[in-house]
Design a protein around this ligand. Structure first.
Ligand SMILES: [Zn+2]
Ligand SMILES: [Zn+2]
Length: 248
């Protein structure tokens, strides 16, 4: 499937610089001047809950500090998820969780840009690992068309656009779609989440061998696991998960 690549024109760079002069970067958390051209100050950047010690497979943060890196959580030891590896930038805790609500329900595009950059930072760091293999494309978790109409945008796709520019890995948001408008997962337990997601996605194009699914937050992993299995049935051999935040 052809993948649309974005090229940056000189005019685009000029417009960005002009906007930066008109609207200087301002911290989205405290209102102080932003650092390094971003809407975040150094103090608030230090307050963000970095992922820390976590399961090497599903990125579930370990609650006991000092638990060794490279270890698996109990669930991954007993029943490993279908995806190869989950990379998460943060724990889903304040103040990051407020920013995620801003991008999900308050249409704050400057916050999406900032969180996309922070996720790209984490992925750039992960790409330094010797076992890192870049996927052929990034697949944002699709929204159902009805929810897309209500919200006006898919926050996972918008985050993926920022990561695409930074990592030079194309977004492919047309290879699969959401076929059912599922109930919000937050109100359901793990078993009901899986039932809720049954047949929720379908592949609509040929898939490369290796993909990364991008979602804003991974909670139980039910959504990304279901989409992984759908992509695997569609011919993809390796699916990684990239997410901004992982819940405890
Ligand atoms: Zn600040
Ligand atoms: Zn795990």
């Amino acid at each position: 499937m052809p993948i649309a690549r974005r090229t940056r024109s000189p005019l685009h760079g000029f417009a960005e610089r002009a906007l930066a002069l008109l609207y200087p970067p301002t911290c989205v958390l405290c209102g102080a001047p932003g650092e390094a051209g971003r809407d975040l100050c150094a103090g608030c950047a230090d307050d963000l809950p970095l992922i820390g010690a976590h399961c090497a497979r599903c990125a579930q943060p370990f609650s006991i500090s000092g638990t060794g890196m490279g270890r698996l959580c109990g669930r991954c030891q007993q029943a490993p998820p279908p995806f190869a590896c989950c990379t998460a930038a943060f724990r889903y805790e304040e103040p990051l969780s407020s920013l995620v609500i801003d991008i999900k329900f308050r249409s704050k595009m400057n916050v999406i840009r900032l969180l996309g950059e922070l996720l790209a930072d984490a992925l750039s760091a992960a790409s330094e690992r010797p076992d890192w293999q870049p996927p052929a494309a990034i697949v944002p978790v699709p929204l159902h068309p009805r929810r897309l109409r209500t919200r006006g945008y898919n926050q996972a796709l918008e985050l993926a656009r920022v990561v695409e520019r930074r990592l030079d890995i194309p977004v492919n948001h047309r290879c699969c779609r959401r076929t059912r408008a599922t109930q919000a997962q937050t109100t359901l337990n793990q078993r009901l989440r899986l039932i809720n997601l049954r047949d929720a996605f379908e592949v609509i194009g040929p898939l490369p061998r290796h993909l990364a699914i991008l979602d804003d937050v991974v909670t139980t992993g039910a959504t990304v696991s279901e989409l992984t299995q759908v992509l695997q049935r569609g011919g993809c051999e390796q699916v990684d998960i990239w997410t901004l935040a992982r819940t405890l």
